[in-house]
Design a protein around this ligand. Structure first.
Ligand code: ATP
Ligand code: MG
Length: 459
């Protein structure tokens, strides 16, 4: 796989730290990127841009993953054409983004993202960074070389062209790819200050590729984790989904904890984890992430709402306990706890309402499952929310919570096809429900019939 790495990277001195005299070009016969493994739409875009006289390269994860013999998640293209020029070439193109305009070319459900070469911000003073060095604007067009140097990690700055099928490397990415090392382009401290999300990207790539993180990068992450608290909360939500729902959730989680980044994203969960009371939180979250990784590996769907229900379960469970001790009924206590936990979490990682409502439903259903093992169980079973709630109950069981009896009962009810046995189960379930503090059906108040005014005697 690495035949192309016989020697050429040795010409690149200093890895991603400093600019070199020129790029290393690896010809087609010395690397393993073949056109047959590039998506046909990405190829179409590359060829059309070239035919119109523009430079165009496959870049980023697409090239990195192909060189590693992995299947890329998506294909990103960088070009010398301006967004307007790209739009003119493709009818199915939409320009997006205000801060930096990107062209999205739509082919059915597939989108190819085309970005115009951008320059870094060196040499133009600090006008584009905030007081603490955060990049505010990132929208100056540049050359291919400038585009390479403003990228995050050396392994993400490799370019592939269909002109002569070469791979182009300005920053020493090929050597780092071979060494399995994530190295920052430029000074890690400065690059993390410009955009703290790069710390999460480091963790994500290390987890996904099994790469080690370069020592200087590690050091900078340990020092600057707190900067995550200044990042847009909506963007952090997107990043957490990439970290936990891309098939490498367990490894990402462990690295986030190792580098003390988890506490800046989920402070309350982190506090619970640190106490490790009965090992519940640790195990539940790990189990949830293990299950999620397995689902991704077998192409089954995964859900942000379920993930967040697991991520925040421990703070929610504890808070509900406080409300119960204040004599709130269990279901209400869980609702109040859900409100409170998400209200405190959202200033860090903003979970969109459509997901947080579902997470809270999963929690509330835990109470419903505990208290409705009697006659009303059949109705719960038929509701669309049952599945996620049941999966979550199983997770709690795996994590050692005391729900074995409930799991056994609901499991038996779901499997039982014989109506007579079902009836027996439902009767037995009444006892279990009472033990768990059954939800009493609300009594309907009988309306007293109004007295009609006496009719006047008919004459
Ligand atoms: P994935 O497999 O997740 O798609 P990727 O490396 O392609 O990984 P993208 O988020 O798709 O990641 O970004 C494409 C490329 O854009 C990256 O490889 C990198 O070169 C560049 N890039 C993305 N985000 C940043 C950032 N915050 N700072 C600098 N460069 C970035
Ligand atoms: Mg990508």
């Amino acid at each position: 796989m690495f035949s192309w790495l016989k020697n050429p990277w040795q010409r690149v001195r200093g890895g991603g730290k400093g600019r070199t005299s020129g790029p290393v070009r690896i010809p087609r016969d010395q690397h393993c990127v073949s056109r047959s493994s590039i998506g046909r739409y990405a190829l179409k875009v590359l060829y059309r841009l070239n035919e119109a006289g523009h430079e165009a390269y496959l870049v980023g994860g697409g090239v990195r993953d192909l060189l590693l013999g992995r299947e890329p998640k998506d294909f990103d293209i960088a070009t010398s054409a301006s967004p307007e020029e790209v739009r003119k070439l493709f009818r199915n193109c939409r320009l997006i983004g205000r801060r930096f305009r990107l062209a999205h070319i739509h082919f059915g459900r597939e989108i190819i993202e085309v970005a115009t070469f951008r320059a870094g911000h060196e040499g133009d003073g600090d006008s584009r960074t905030s007081d603490n060095g955060m990049l505010l604007r990132d929208n100056v067009y540049g050359s291919l070389e400038e585009d390479a140097w403003r990228r995050d990690f050396t392994v993400n700055a490799l370019y592939y062209t269909v002109e002569d099928f070469a791979v182009v490397d300005y920053t020493g990415g090929l050597a780092d790819l071979k060494a399995g090392c994530l190295r920052m382009i430029g000074d890690p401290q400065q690059r993390f200050r410009e955009d703290p999300v790069r710390m999460l990207r480091a963790v994500r790539f290390a987890a996904k590729l099994g790469f080690r993180i370069d020592k200087e990068v590690e050091q900078a992450i340990r020092e600057l984790g707190y900067l995550l608290e200044e990042v847009s909360h909506a963007r952090l939500f997107d990043e957490t989904l990439k970290l936990f729902l891309s098939g490498y959730g367990v490894a990402s989680y462990e690295l986030l904890r190792q580098y003390h980044l988890f506490s800046h994203l989920f402070p309350e969960t982190d506090a619970c984890l640190s106490e490790e009371e009965n090992h519940f939180p640790h195990t539940l979250l790990l189990r949830a992430l293990e299950n999620t990784d397995q689902r991704v590996a077998s192409d089954r769907p995964v859900s942000p709402a379920f993930l967040y229900a697991a991520l925040l379960w421990e703070p929610a469970r504890r808070e509900a306990g406080v409300f119960v001790r204040r004599k709130q009924p269990a279901l209400q206590a869980m609702q109040l706890a859900g409100d409170a936990v998400f209200a405190r979490q959202n200033p860090r990682v903003q979970v969109p309402k459509r997901f947080s409502l579902q997470s809270r439903e999963i929690w509330e259903w835990q109470e419903r499952l505990a208290r409705n093992t009697g006659r009303r169980a059949m109705r719960l079973l038929e509701q669309p929310r049952f599945r996620a709630a049941w999966d979550f109950l199983l997770l709690r069981g795996e994590a050692g919570e005391e729900v074995a009896e409930l799991i056994q009962w609901w499991g038996a009810l779901q499997e039982e096809a014989d109506p007579q046995v079902q009836q027996r189960l439902l009767q037995e379930g009444e006892k279990l429900a009472r033990a768990n503090g059954e939800d009493k059906p609300k009594r309907r108040r009988r309306r007293r019939p109004r007295k009609r005014p006496a009719r006047p005697p008919q004459s």
